[in-house]
Structure formats: C-alpha cells, structure tokens
Write a protein that binds this ligand. Structure first.
Ligand code: AMP
Length: 355
C-alpha cells in the first residue's frame, strides 16, 4: 500500500528521533502528528499537529490514530496493548512483533539466538538467589540489566565480584533481569538496515561505535577492515531477523566484535543514534528511508558520501560549543531544541565529512 506525499504520518514518541523523522517526512511533502506525554516535545516543535497524552491512554491513542494515515514510533518503552488498538485502525510500522521482541532483553536475545545469532552468555534472573547461581555459571565481571525500560546505560549494574551481587540486586529494585558476561570486545559496531513492505532491504555501512557510561559517544566510518568478518556476520543476522519479523522501516542491531565474531548486544526496531551520520554521510538518511518504507515508497540509495564520516553526540554542556563547531567547514551541526542541558542528556550531534 502506498501512502502518498501529502498524507499525515503519526509518530509516537516526542524526542530527537521523532524530530529528525518529522524533518525527513516534511522534505517528502508529508505532515506529521506527534503523540507524546510531555508538553515540551522537541519533535512537536517541527510537526504540524501534537497530541499530549500518556503512552497508555488507549482512548487518546485511538483518536490520534483516526487522524493519521500511518503510525510509527521512535521510542521502545511504550506499552504494546494500546498500540495494538492503533494497529486495528491504521497501518502501524514497524509491526508490533518487532517492538514486543525488542522491548524485553530476554525475548530479544532468545529470538536472535533462534535465528543463528550469538549473544554474550546470559541468564534470566528473577530473584537474588537466581542471580547468585547465574553468576556461578557466567562468572565475573558481569552486567545485570533490567529486561525492560533500559536505555543509554540506565537499568544496568556491573558486577565485578560475586559479593557485589546483593547490592546489584538492590540497585535494580527487584525488576526482572538478565545477567550477562562482560564482553572483552575489540570494537563495537552496529548494523543499520531498512526493509520495505515488499521485502526489499537496504543497508548502510556499519559504523564503529564508542560508548561511555552506556551512552553513545561517537560513530565512525569506515569501521576498519579488521572487522569485515564480524560485520558481514552481523549484517547477515540482521537481514534474517528483519525478514522473520516482517519488519518494515529501519532496524538497528548493536554488536561487539571479538576477533571475526559478532556478539549480539541489542536491537532497536526504529531509527538509531548510531545512524545519525547518514543524514549527511549517506545518499539517503536512515530517517528518509524509514519514512519511505512505512509509506510504501521505493527505498533510496545508501552509499557513503565521503571517504570518512565521524558523528559525535553533544551530551549535556558539550552543545554549548556550537559556535566553534559551526566554524569548522567539515562539520554539520544538529541541535535538538531541548530547553535544559542536563548532564548525560543528548542535546545534539555533529557529523564531519572527511577526506
Ligand atoms: P546496552 O544498553 O545494552 O546497549 O549497553 C550500553 C553499552 O554498555 C554497550 O554499548 C557497551 O559499551 C556496554 N555494554 C553493555 N553490555 C555489555 C557487555 N555484556 N559486555 C561489555 N560491554 C557491555
């Protein structure tokens, strides 16, 4: 089904990903209606309509769905039940199955394993005794992660020694968890693909990602020939996962490269921070191809526009350096319009195209 330019795209979630989706959609002649719980949504700043309501307000969500031609989401931590009601009224892309899988780290790892992927050794943890016995198998150092509602390193505790287990369990406040081995990786990379409703898949070059404190610091391309084997394995897995979910839109999968192996970390059924470089660094950005996919338009070419591309997040006060960044002719500055620069908050990013 084609949803032609001039139609209205509903975006659930009101952050920077929604903002950049709305900007890409407007370039193609679409209108966007943002649905988010907070009054000061930065996506709504660039959209033509805004509904401020809670993610679990099924009535408000169905009224929103009645006003748009297709619904997508930019945030995973939303209850799926009200979205199922939305999907009965209007196309919802990516499909609910993709969101349900990615919302729960245990589901996600098991799903990926069934499709031939290899996560770090992990175990389900539901109580303190379960954590002790899981650690006896997995060993330390390990990471305890809440199964749901984690992002940017939130909901994660490192365990360096078995006697830290009780404190770690207190930190997660008894939430259902997985514990996993701390991977001694050579590098981190992500696979970004976009799948159309007809099953066509495009992929972008895989960026090498650096995280600090669980937050993405930078994405660099090319990732380096030494990771070619791991990247090829990651891409093959991402294609299988996208097909299995009948995914439509962008799918991002994060990996650790260990030698030639790709150890799966997590996936997101949406546009992703490690794909921001594609706005200037690729012929078609992840945001535009996501819009094209969910509207049934042909997908755009994904080749790189420069030999090297560097994307750096501007976190907290780093965004105050905007004047200096603008003075660099290689730099493309993006500021998200957030009112307050709290520490650890993503305020913008800068992409540099380099020879
Ligand atoms: P996540 O929220 O699971 O993507 O974790 C955020 C970041 O924490 C990752 O990108 C890694 O840098 C680090 N991290 C998470 N899990 C592991 C692990 N099992 N081994 C090593 N580093 C990890």
């Amino acid at each position: 089904m084609t949803i032609p330019p001039g139609s209205t795209i509903g975006i659930v979630g009101g952050g920077q990903l929604g903002r950049m989706l709305a900007l890409a959609a407007s370039q193609l002649g679409y209108r966007c209606h943002v649905y988010a719980p907070d009054a000061d949504s930065i996506a709504a700043q660039v959209a033509s309509a805004f509904t401020q309501s809670a993610f679990d307000d099924e009535g408000a969500l169905t009224r929103f769905a009645a006003e748009v031609d297709v619904v997508t989401y930019e945030f995973e931590n939303i209850p799926t039940r009200p979205l199922a009601a939305v999907a009965e009224l209007v196309p919802l892309q990516p499909p609910l199955a993709a969101l349900e899988t990615a919302q729960d780290r245990l589901e996600e790892k098991s799903f990926v394993q069934r499709h031939g992927g290899r996560p770090a050794p992990f175990a389900r943890v539901d109580d303190s005794a379960g954590l002790d016995s899981a650690l006896a198998t997995i060993g330390v150092p390990a990471i305890l992660k809440t199964r749901r509602f984690g992002y940017d390193g939130k909901g994660q505790v490192r365990i360096e020694a078995p006697d830290e287990a009780a404190a770690a369990w207190r930190d997660v406040r008894g939430a259902p968890c997985v514990v996993e081995e701390l991977v001694r990786f050579d590098a981190e990379f992500s696979i970004l693909l976009c799948r159309g409703g007809d099953g066509a898949i495009v992929t972008w070059d895989a960026p090498r990602n650096r995280h600090e404190g669980g937050i993405l610091v930078s994405s660099s391309l090319p990732a380096g020939t030494e990771f070619a084997g791991a990247i090829a394995a990651g891409e093959a897995l991402a294609r299988r996962v996208a097909d299995a979910l009948d995914h439509v839109g962008v799918l991002a999968m994060e990996f650790f490269a260990v030698g030639g192996a790709a150890i799966f970390n997590e996936m997101a059924p949406r546009v992703h921070n490690s794909g921001h470089w594609t706005i200037e660094g690729a012929l078609t950005s992840q945001f535009e191809n996501h819009i094209r996919a969910i509207c049934g338009l042909p997908l755009g070419a994904t080749g790189r526009t420069a030999p090297r591309v560097e994307m750096a997040n501007l976190v907290g006060a780093e965004a105050d350096g905007w004047a200096e960044i603008l003075a660099d002719p290689a730099a493309h500055l993006h500021l998200y319009g957030k009112a307050e620069a709290r520490p650890g908050r993503k305020m913008g990013h800068v992409t540099r195209l380099l020879p």
